[in-house]
Design a protein around this ligand. Structure first.
Ligand SMILES: NC(=O)c1ccc[n+]([C@@H]2O[C@H](COP(=O)([O-])OP(=O)(O)OC[C@H]3O[C@@H](n4cnc5c(N)ncnc54)[C@H](O)[C@@H]3O)[C@@H](O)[C@H]2O)c1
Ligand SMILES: [Zn+2]
Ligand SMILES: [Zn+2]
Length: 362
């Protein structure tokens, strides 16, 4: 089958003919129907690194074509969405309903010594995040797949797996935003837009969105932002303080560069929470004054995958989309072929582009 292989840091995405193993145990083989270009894969390919060669792609939706003998949760013909959340289902965190911080995530991978799921010219190829969705087919542990209704279109379905789970989940699960709360979303990209949707669903009183591109802010308004601030031309801390009076209840940082995160902290009101989601640079982080944080009773929380339970939340967001309560269509600016991933990521630099999805896998 064809797959897009990343051979090393900065080497982009190259189409190759690679082999995919047959399903064993809890593995499920899917025919990939749509695969989203999330920024995190580009970060892995350009500055984070990891095992190479690797097939990336972690926003994937497809049709189940074969299942291993121990699979019980999906069947051939099901429409499924993958998630990079890897969980064992048996550790204390899984049992406490916090599978996104499973203690044994490698339970969804093949053990050392077993043949690799992916290989290229007989040599093993790493499987990005247990998924490897930049390919015509994928072999994925059933725990990383959720079934969605057949009527759910493929492209928006794929986006649920990461951008939607992360953005909406940060608001609904991690922060547990309540009706009337004041929310600030920093960075109205493919993930941040879903935080706006989450805040709207939660009944937030005010949804203030900051970005450095007016076109992104216009889109943010279409998703439900009540106020927008261009932080290139306006001081975002002053703007949030003016709009809220007392500061925000929840600030979500989808950018993750130190000056922006420092500003995010200053936007918080008493009792407020700052949520760190974006990683814009290797040194992303925050210098925190204990005195300020404690005297204002503020918290800072790192958010992995929107604290999502994928088996609950992926079908939930799909149902909300089908019911017309969650805007996923306007996330998709462009649909491309599997061979066009480099150009697809380039087009994400254009502020008019929200998300790019591979839908031509021929
Ligand atoms: N924590 C997690 O589990 C998780 C999951 C998925 C993605 N992510 C991360 O979330 C981040 C966002 O991903 P994305 O796909 O939405 O990226 P994106 O590039 O689509 O969006 C980023 C947005 O931030 C805006 N921006 C840039 N600099 C800014 C600034 N100084 N102030 C305000 N806005 C600014 C950009 O214009 C853009 O609209 C990435 O760092 C990604 O790696 C984290
Ligand atoms: Zn992602
Ligand atoms: Zn576990």
């Amino acid at each position: 089958m064809k797959a897009s292989v990343t051979k090393g840091l900065g080497q982009g995405f190259v189409l190759e003919e690679i082999d995919l193993a047959d399903p064993t145990g809890h593995e499920v083989r899917i025919e990939v129907k749509a695969s989203g270009l999330c920024h995190s894969d580009l970060s892995v390919a350009t500055f984070i690194g990891g095992e190479f060669p690797v097939v990336l792609g972690h926003e994937v939706a497809g049709l189940v074509t074969a299942v291993g003998p121990q699979v019980t949760q999906v069947k051939v013909g099901d429409h499924v969405v993958g998630s990079l959340i890897q969980y064992c289902g048996a550790c204390v965190n899984c049992l406490a309903g916090r599978s996104y911080i499973c203690l044994h995530p490698s339970a969804t991978e093949r053990a050392a010594g077993e043949p690799s799921r992916l290989s290229w010219n007989g040599a093993p190829v790493a499987q990005g995040m247990g998924l490897a969705g930049f390919a015509q087919e994928a072999l994925i542990h059933e725990n990383q797949l959720a079934v969605v209704p057949d009527e759910m279109p493929w492209a928006p379905a794929a986006l649920i797996g990461c951008g939607v789970l992360t953005g909406a989940g940060a608001v609904l699960n991690s922060a547990n935003v309540r009706q009337g709360d004041t929310v600030v979303v920093i960075g109205a990209g493919g993930v941040g837009l879903n935080a706006i949707s989450g805040a709207r669903l939660a009944g937030a009183g005010r949804i203030i969105v900051t970005d450095i591109e007016d076109v992104k802010l216009d889109r943010a308004k279409a998703f439900g932002a009540t106020d927008v601030v261009n932080s290139r031309t306006t001081d975002p801390v002053e703007a949030v303080r003016d709009l809220t009076g007392a500061g925000a209840d929840h600030v979500f940082d989808f950018v993750g560069v130190r000056p922006v995160t420092a500003q995010a902290m200053q936007m918080l009101g008493k009792g407020g929470g700052l949520y760190l989601i974006g990683v814009g640079a290797m040194d992303a982080g925050l210098e925190l004054s204990a005195l300020v944080a404690l005297s204002n009773s503020q918290k800072v929380q790192g958010v992995y995958m929107g604290s999502s339970e994928l088996k609950r939340d992926i079908p939930l967001y799909a149902a909300m989309y089908i019911q017309g309560r969650m805007n996923l269509d306007d996330l998709i600016t462009k649909q491309i072929g599997l061979a066009d991933i480099n150009a697809g990521y380039d087009s994400l630099k254009d502020p008019t582009t929200a998300r790019v999805v591979i839908t031509d896998l021929s």
